[in-house]
Design a binder for this molecule. Structure first.
Ligand SMILES: [Zn+2]
Ligand SMILES: [Zn+2]
Length: 150
């Protein structure tokens, strides 16, 4: 095997990728940054930062629901807009015509801030994963202001 090429996509590795190679988690093969990011990273829909893809729910897997959903069997029953912690996999299923959420896999951790609601409308965010920081950031802000008010 040619060590100067990515084991997955066979792209030629650049000097940086050769110097500090990324290894696939299963069989420790040298892979390029692109493949690594595709497989092991996610982009936060809110701050657009890249973060490590959680491999299990214990790692902390946070999900944005952009709008309230009531009574629909196909898109999650009674899930209101907000930031949720995923408490079991799978939390989403792809049906033949459309996917749906398993509502019992979602644990709400907070409401969306007004800023986020505006952002969701303007940027056209969809329901998507969010990073740990975004999931908890406003939570801390909310808590801090609660303390101040008390
Ligand atoms: Zn590759
Ligand atoms: Zn984020």
């Amino acid at each position: 095997m040619n060590k100067n090429n990515c084991s997955w996509c066979n792209k030629k590795l650049d000097s940086e990728e050769i110097e500090s190679p990324r290894l696939s988690k299963d069989d420790k093969e040298i892979i390029c940054d692109n493949c690594y990011e595709d497989e092991y990273s996610m982009t936060c829909t809110l701050c657009e930062d890249m973060f490590d893809k959680p491999m299990k729910v214990e790692d902390g897997y946070y999900f944005l629901i952009t709008e309230d959903r009531f009574g629909s069997d196909t898109l999650g029953k009674n899930l209101q807009s907000g930031i949720y912690k995923i408490i079991k996999f799978p939390f989403f299923a792809n049906g033949i015509t459309e996917g749906f959420y398993y509502s019992d896999a979602f644990q709400k951790i907070r409401d969306l801030t007004d800023e986020e609601k505006i952002d969701i409308k303007e940027a056209g965010h969809r329901d998507e994963e969010v990073c740990d920081d975004c999931a908890k950031k406003s939570l801390n802000v909310q808590k801090a202001s609660e303390v101040e008010d008390a």
